[in-house]
Design a protein around this ligand. Structure first.
Ligand code: NAD
Length: 314
């Protein structure tokens, strides 16, 4: 399969590397020049539980190179952070034709709707993944998936077709446990529950996931955040049980020393995915008439923090 990955950071390089290793024709597109040049020169150093390997990969900063040298793609996977999704799909348009599918398993909600502004909605695949990765430096990525790397996808509109199944098989062939299921939207919101807690509360307090759980004030906030996200999901017709998600969160994160990606972005004074994570809950809540006071407060605080990194006293 001919596949272009837009955003070859941690996840894009790991998934793209795995797909290349499995024999697909993969293009890695990223705006980070040093990273792309390192991959062009020395290949991609990919660490997985199966071993460490240097893979020759096609990498570029210019989407047009993909079209010129590879033609149109069968599949485009968007792995930029949510705030760059619109730019990434606009750039990718040059190698997308009528039969191309575009897949997002980015965190958060709303990326698929952005893609559907540029690609027919039945060609947009959305989902979520429990796989994880860390970019250790230019051209060097580690698959940091703990436990089951479960990826669930579905078309934004329409049926799960044999084409979609073929894409799932391609992911499976690359060692990514995947399925196509109409439950993928529920799975996206289940992960959103987690992200709203770990990213939302973590970014304001600068605490790890485990510290947020252990702290009684953190635990109280987690409970309210989850209650609200579940209420919004329920209003959308998705089955998300508050108690079940609360118990799941504490069971998984109570002893986690991990700092959520948004906490790490804030440390780097980078822009965050708050719009597609907490912001998405706030907007959907408003649209559906479900109050989200705690998430709304967190949303505004994170927006203030990230737009004033250089004005803060410490
Ligand atoms: P990352 O920051 O490591 O990688 C994103 C890459 O996109 C960067 O290398 C950046 O240079 C590049 N980029 C930005 N704008 C671009 C553009 N217009 N065109 C091409 N490249 C561009 O991020 P990540 O951790 O890989 O996360 C990607 C997505 O996957 C996010 O939505 C994240 O929440 C989600 N996610 C991450 C993990 C993880 O373990 N890292 C796990 C699950 C989901």
């Amino acid at each position: 399969m001919k596949i272009a990955v837009m955003g070859a950071g941690a996840m894009g390089a790991m998934v793209g590397g795995r797909l290349a290793k499995a024999g697909n024709q993969v293009w890695l597109v990223d705006v980070w020049k040093d990273h792309v040049e390192k991959m062009q020169r020395d290949g991609l150093l990919l660490e997985t539980s199966e071993g460490v390997q240097t893979l020759p990969v096609s990498a570029t900063t210019r989407a047009m190179d993909v079209r010129d040298q590879g033609g149109y793609m069968d599949l485009v996977i968007i792995f930029v952070k949510g705030l760059y999704t619109e730019q990434a799909i606009q750039d990718a348009k040059v190698f997308i034709h009528d039969d191309t599918y575009v897949l997002t398993v980015q965190n958060g909600v709303g990326n698929a709707d952005i893609l559907a502004k540029y690609v027919p909605p039945e060609r947009v695949l959305m989902g979520t993944t429990l796989a994880a990765a860390i970019l250790l430096g230019p051209g060097h990525v580690r698959d940091s998936t703990a436990g089951s790397p479960f990826t669930q996808i579905m078309p934004l509109h329409g049926e799960i077709t044999p084409d979609v199944q073929r894409i799932v098989e391609t992911l499976q062939g690359a060692g990514l446990e995947a399925e196509a299921t109409p439950e993928a939207e529920t799975a996206i919101w289940k992960k959103l529950v987690v992200n709203c807690c770990t990213c939302g509360i973590g970014t304001i307090t600068r605490l790890s996931c485990g510290q947020v759980c252990e702290e009684p004030d953190g635990a109280a906030l987690v409970s309210e955040v989850i209650r609200e996200v579940c209420a919004v999901a329920n209003a959308k017709g998705l089955h998300l049980d508050y108690k079940e998600n609360l118990e799941h969160f504490f069971a998984v994160y109570r002893s986690s020393t991990h700092y959520a990606s948004m906490v790490q972005d804030a440390k780097k004074k980078a822009q965050t995915e708050v719009e597609t994570i907490t912001g998405a809950v706030v907007r959907e809540g408003k649209r559906l008439g479900v109050p989200t006071p705690v998430n709304t407060t967190i949303y505004h605080l994170i927006r203030m923090i990230s737009s004033h990194y250089n004005d803060q006293m410490y």
